[in-house]
Write a protein that binds this ligand. Structure first.
Ligand code: ADP
Length: 747
């Protein structure tokens, strides 16, 4: 094996731009610097590599400052026809050699990664040709026998094999959801149908997830065309049935590559014409186009770009030139790597299968989470209120929200109610948490009771933090008996979990509690066991990120440090992840604690930074990080110690974090989890099996845990899970905030 050690790394963005590419570039640049590599930006993608000169620029720590929140890619991207030719790649190789660049991080789509792989394979022959033509000396060629390559996928339509998410897809979904929410409000006031076309030539990801997030009525995607020839009739029937059930608006979501079984493209005007003819009403078409690439990147895309960029540099440092190049991906919450060419080939295989009308293969190659979301969506667009089948037991299922409000609670309640009604059961809404439950504040829910809930923030049912005890238990048992509930879906946070655990414990005293209960995790704090992400946390993280963007904008001229306090109770998830998404210098969280020594070191670091040109400092403090070193305390300390160098402003973000319309991720996850919970409750109630549990996305798949495991899985004093996956990311956040090479070298 060679003892090759990379010294100069080049980074480029290529192909279509995607939000989050800046975060990725920033991360590659800063991680490289922390790891002792020199780093160059190759501007305008491969075109810059071919043109060379000023398009290949040395980067330092500050050259990527202030870009996290920007859309697009600051180092430019282009499509380069020259690089597609060997002659073009010959010049590109010479340019890399001139600059001594021995490793490359390529951020782009499958085209860009294919190009990268070809370039690497040709490297030695390109050098030989350059020597032969007298363009470079043999010694120069010998000095750089290898080119290391790592790929990262930046693509808004999430079309790449080997990763659950590509950089930019989440933000594109944000844009789609915002647009459809706006359309839905006008559509429902006029009784109209809208056809919304989204990107995705070979991948229906945006259409499927967008439809799920927005409660669209029909979806058309490339990988799974309608399975009948008369799909127009089926679609029209569905929309009519939705209208009969009370809907005023209908939305059809269409991917740009949607086609019928014969492979014939279905255009938005085709759909429009069919609907206008058969529904006899106005149908409007909205083609979202480049809006989907626009705007600030979502918190998820910033953090995804950051984590992938870090992993890419680590890979460069730890790989050997003779190893296959890889593409960095994500599965569940884990950053992964997979052979680059295999991923590109499989991606092409999907496109090929679609072309060959082999739709089963095409869908089969998609990620498990995409496939499951598509299944849920299919159930959803077909769901309608149904009478029970002959001989079917008609169950009574209660839905309650408990704990603090979390965006997505309504989405989950809506999904649960509609799926329960679709399966022929009776659904009951319980108002104001367990408090309302004990007071019998209950009503039967119909299809239209949850109309429009998918995009609403807060809790329409009402929620409370009350954990039942003493006489409440009698009242609850009486109510359950009176209503003859067969199952209970509890959507909520920590106190909801405590309540269900309590009812489960009290079964010997109150036989009424012997019914299956499921907990659907909904809390912005993300402090629930068995769930890597609870519903609401993504929305809160985006709200914090947007607020901090604005706060940072307000300080363009001043030399100022902002200390921003975020929620989370004793769980530092929001603190740590928002520090990463906003580029904060420090995150103070309870899990790590705060010492006076930390504060002194941090104030000195800030002073040093401001002395060498820094204009803005940002520190995030999680609300219960330390009882004594409160946010006002830290502000006063920084203000006093930083006198004459910077001033300090305190911002306590407060309850805005619990509000707002749920993010696409929260809506999709709420719907998927509600689907699983209702299925669980029905199956268990029919078998008279009262086993109760909590659900969550855990390690990449949706799982149930027995409620009895609750105390074992949590730190009861600090009210958070014992195992918090995101704590592993803390050192990465520190490297990128410039917390010092000593930390970087310790990793
Ligand atoms: P994406 O990377 O988003 O799929 P493209 O397919 O347009 O976008 O590729 C971007 C650039 O990558 C192209 O303009 C070209 O410079 C380079 N590229 C793509 N495919 C190849 C290839 N087969 N050989 C060499 N370069 C390629």
């Amino acid at each position: 094996m060679s003892d090759f050690k990379p010294t100069r790394l080049g980074v480029l963005t290529s192909g279509g731009d995607a939000q989050g590419m800046n975060a990725a570039v920033r991360s590659v640049v800063r991680t490289s610097i922390m790891r002792g590599l020199e780093v160059y930006a190759i501007m305008e993608g491969y075109q810059g590599m071919v043109e060379g000169g000023h398009l290949i620029r040395k980067m330092d720590w500050d050259s990527v400052g202030g870009i996290l929140q920007k859309g697009g890619t600051l180092i430019g991207t282009a499509r380069s026809d020259a690089f597609r030719t060997r002659d073009g790649r010959l010049i590109a190789a010479k340019n890399l050699l001139i600059n001594g660049i021995d490793s490359l991080v390529v951020i782009g789509g499958d085209g860009s990664l294919t190009g990268a792989n070809i370039f690497r394979q040709e490297w030695s022959s390109l050098l030989a040709e350059l020597v032969q033509k007298g363009e470079i000396s043999q010694a120069a060629a010998d000095s750089q026998p290898h080119l290391l390559i790592v790929g990262m996928v930046g693509s808004i339509d999430n079309d790449m094999f080997g990763t659950d998410m590509t950089i930019g897809a989440d933000t594109a979904l944000h844009r789609i959801t915002e647009a459809v929410d706006a359309i839905a409000s006008t559509a429902s006031s006029h009784q109209r149908t809208f056809v919304v076309k989204v990107m995705g030539r070979n991948c229906g990801y945006l259409a499927v997830m967008g439809a799920l997030a927005c409660g669209a009525d029909w979806v058309l995607i490339p990988e799974s065309p309608p399975d009948v020839d008369n799909w127009q009739d089926v679609m029209v029937e569905r929309l009519k049935a939705g209208r009969k059930a009370g809907r005023r608006d209908s939305i059809v979501m269409l991917a740009e590559g949607a086609r019928d079984r014969e492979g014939k493209y279905i255009g938005s005007t085709d759909v429009q014409r069919v609907l206008e003819d058969r529904l006899g009403e106005e149908v409007r078409v909205t083609v979202l186009g480049h809006v989907q690439r626009g705007g600030a990147p979502s918190a998820f895309d910033r953090n995804l770009g950051t984590l992938m960029g870090y992993a890419a540099v680590e890979h460069i440092l730890n790989t050997k030139p003779e190893f296959e190049p890889v593409v960095i991906g994500i599965r569940g919450n884990r950053i992964t790597s997979a052979p680059l060419m295999y991923c590109v080939e499989q991606t092409h295989a999907v496109a090929e299968a679609i072309k060959e009308k082999d739709y089963e293969t095409a869908l089969g190659l998609r990620s498990p989470s995409y496939k499951e979301a598509f299944r849920t969506l299919r159930t959803f667009v077909r769901a309608l209120p149904h009478a029970p089948e002959p001989g079917q037991r008609r169950l009574k299922i209660g839905v309650v929200n408990a704990g603090a409000p979390a965006p997505g609670m309504n989405t989950a309640s809506r999904a649960a109610v509609r799926l329960g009604l679709d399966r022929g059961h009776l659904m009951y809404g319980i108002r104001n948490g367990f408090e309302g439950f004990a007071q019998e504040d209950i009503f039967e829910m119909q299809w239209m009771s949850v109309n429009g809930w998918s995009s609403m923030g807060g809790s329409e049912l009402g929620t409370s933090r009350h954990v039942p005890k003493g006489s409440d238990l009698y009242a609850l048992a009486r109510t359950i008996e009176k209503y003859k509930f067969d199952g209970l879906l509890v959507i909520g946070g920590w106190s909801a979990y405590e309540a269900v655990y309590k009812l489960n414990q009290e079964r010997a005293n109150f036989p009424a509690f012997n019914l299956p209960m499921t907990l659907l995790p909904a809390s912005i704090n993300n402090n629930l066991p068995g769930a890597d992400l609870s519903i609401g946390a993504d929305t809160a993280l985006n709200s914090i990120t947007e607020a901090v963007d604005k706060i940072k904008d307000s300080a363009v001229a001043a030399r100022r440090v902002f200390v921003v306090e975020v929620m989370g109770h004793h769980c530092g998830y929001l603190g740590m992840m928002s520090a990463m998404s906003t580029g904060a210098e420090r995150a103070y969280i309870h899990e790590e604690g705060i010492t006076l020594k930390d504060l002194v070191r941090d104030v000195e670091d800030l002073k040093r930074g401001f002395h060498s040109g820094k204009r803005l400092g940002l520190v995030i403090r999680s609300e219960f990080a330390n009882e004594v070193y409160t946010t006002p305390f830290i502000c006063s300390l920084f203000e006093e110690e930083g006198k004459g160098v910077f001033d300090v402003r305190q911002t306590i973000l407060g309850h805005m974090q619990q509000g707002g319309q749920p993010s696409p991720f929260d809506r999709i996850m709420a719907t998927r989890l509600a689907d699983r919970c209702i299925t669980y409750l029905i199956e268990h109630a029919i078998k008279n099996d009262a086993q109760s549990g909590f659900i969550g996305l855990h390690g990449g798949s949706i799982q149930f845990h027995n409620i009895e495991d609750f105390p074992r899985m949590v730190d009861l004093v600090n009210q958070r899970p014992k195992d918090q996956w995101w704590m592993e990311l803390m050192p990465i956040a520190k490297v990128l905030s410039g917390a010092g090479p000593e930390i970087a070298n310790n990793m």
